[in-house]
Design a protein around this ligand. Structure first.
Ligand code: NDP
Length: 315
């Protein structure tokens, strides 16, 4: 059976694409992912507690609840959803093929919405305190730390951006970076370095997030890798900003990625270099990475897929 469109991924981008495709009567199949590249169905919002910046929810909503709304809305209009990881695709000719183990799903158009995942330090305490003070998104969670002391780990543009954003809300921001030099662009460095609320711990790595026993962040144990000195920096929030990993593993042989590993789409479009294959959400956007922008590009992908199918006489 050849379908009109298969959507791979079920975060805000994939499910918005599903809602639009279903309402356009394309009868989409959404393969929502099981543990794709470490991702979970519903995407990064599934590991977020409170979402206060998604328009339409003035009181806020939890990430999992918001994703349930997305999913229910996609189902309501007839999206077929299966929970599985696509482990291989064949985009050499239409119909395109998506493999889940021995099963193969075929469609004339494919929308890739596999997202990205935050890179973490890999500490057990970091994992246990996620959503209890440990976050990978200042825009999402910074507001909960108003007038408090927070730390940011990383030395790139994201870390500087997060530190500057947090400096507008928090009492103090300490950037912990493993080297003496920042990787961030000069302009971001300068803005962070001269900000009165931001200070830096150089040559330093986080060894432990405290305090797992209390179930909340009270500080971090930091080691200076030059001197070996270990100290505790008190804080109530810890923002990890050491990069993201786009989930592109199964597409790398077929689609172009940029120098950061994100899928390349045509300007002002979600079209990839393969006709009928579209990419939306965090797998192609390393700049905004917001649920609302992912949903926006998911909508674009569905509209572009529908127009492409119609223009090619495939509907
Ligand atoms: P980057 O890869 O640029 O930086 C990651 C930072 O995290 C580096 O400083 C790195 O240290 C540090 N790091 C990595 N792994 C670890 C670890 N295990 N422990 C401790 N520290 C670690 O990622 P970004 O997310 O900052 O940026 C990604 C891209 O997006 C960049 O090209 C950036 O320019 C762009 N961007 C641009 C923005 C803008 O222009 N406004 C905003 C945000 C991102 P080290 O330096 O030692 O390698």
């Amino acid at each position: 059976m050849t379908r009109n469109v298969i959507i791979i991924g079920s975060g805000p981008a994939g499910l918005t694409a599903a809602i639009y495709a279903a309402r356009a009567n394309l009868k989409p199949l959404c393969i929502e992912g099981h543990m794709m590249d470490g991702m979970i169905p519903g995407g990064q919002l599934m590991i977020t507690t409170e979402v206060e910046n998604y328009p339409g929810f003035p009181e806020g909503i939890t990430g999992p609840e918001l994703m349930k709304h997305f999913r229910d809305q996609a189902l309501r209009f007839g999206t077929e959803i299966i929970t599985a990881d696509v482990d291989r695709v064949d985009l050499s000719a239409r119909p395109y093929k998506c493999y889940v183990g021995e099963d193969v799903y075929e469609a004339n158009a494919v929308i890739v919405a596999t997202g990205a995942s935050a890179r973490w330090l890999g500490l057990e305490s970091e994992k246990l305190l996620q959503n209890r003070g440990v976050s990978a998104c200042a825009t999402c969670d910074g507001y909960f730390f108003r007038e408090q002391d927070v730390c940011v780990v990383g030395g790139g543009d994201t870390a500087m951006e997060e530190a500057l954003y947090l400096a507008g809300l928090c009492r103090s921001v300490t950037v912990i970076h493993r080297r003496k030099e920042l990787r961030a662009s000069k302009i971001m460095q300068e803005r962070a370095l001269k900000h009165p609320k931001i200070s830096f711990l150089w040559d330093s790595v986080v060894e432990e997030v405290l305090d797992v026993a209390k179930g909340e962040v009270t500080g971090v144990r930091v080691k200076n890798i030059e001197t070996g000195e270990v100290s505790v920096k008190e804080c109530t929030g810890l923002f990890i900003a050491i990069g993201h990993i786009p989930s592109t593993k199964v597409f790398r042989d077929w689609l172009d990625t940029d120098e950061l590993g994100y899928l390349v789409t045509k300007p002002d479009s979600t079209a990839t270099k393969i006709d009928g294959v579209f990419a939306c959400g965090d797998v192609q956007d390393h700049v905004f990475r917001q649920a609302v922008t992912a949903a926006g590009t998911g909508c674009m992908a569905a509209i572009e897929a529908e127009r492409w199918l119609a223009a090619n006489g495939l509907l």
